[in-house]
Design a protein. Structure first.
Length: 142
């Protein structure tokens, strides 16, 4: 899933040999792209229950906390209970946050990451890289 036409084009090329891999271009704020016609075509019914979600080098570029938290809520909506969302956010607190700059995303402290887990229905069981550009979080759906 990516907001960019070019990135989804490259991703489709990269997984062309894997018939069960699907690439979606989304609207930059939610996961609604995985519902609708695509699922009907594959005969996947409601509710969609995902076992594992993963995100790398995306949230670290998003300058809005609201959008990142919305994605985390969206992943929660689609995961089955007990399932893992492993993802990475910007953890570096020394970077000045510029709302119009889509290179440096909003950063999270450990406390903020724990609060986000709690508010989005997850348990934060592991973390790695607090204070770093690559701050990894392991959120398990309650
Ligand atoms: C450094 S690239 C990494 C791409 C890919 N995740 C990877 O690991 O190769 C950052 C990606 O984040 C995407 N991105 C930025 N803001 C986004 C948003 N709000 N929603 C979805 N994708 C976004 C960009 O289009 C870009 O492809």
């Amino acid at each position: 899933m990516d907001i960019s036409d070019e990135m989804t084009r490259q991703a489709k090329q990269a997984v062309a040999d894997f018939p069960n891999a699907h690439v979606f271009r989304n609207n930059g704020k939610d996961l609604s792209a995985v519902s609708g016609p695509w699922r009907r075509r594959l005969g996947i019914g409601e509710p969609l229950e995902i076992d594992f979600a993963f995100s790398f080098m995306v949230f670290q570029h998003i300058p809005s906390r609201e959008i990142i938290e919305n994605y985390v809520r969206e992943v929660h909506r689609l995961l089955r209970p007990g399932a893992l969302f492993k993802f990475q956010v910007q953890g570096c607190c020394n970077v000045a946050h510029e709302p119009q700059n889509s290179w440096v995303g909003v950063s999270f402290t450990e406390q903020e990451a724990r609060r986000m887990a709690q508010e989005c229905g997850f348990e934060m069981r592991h973390q790695y890289g607090a204070g770093d550009q690559y701050y990894w979080l392991w959120f398990f759906k309650k």
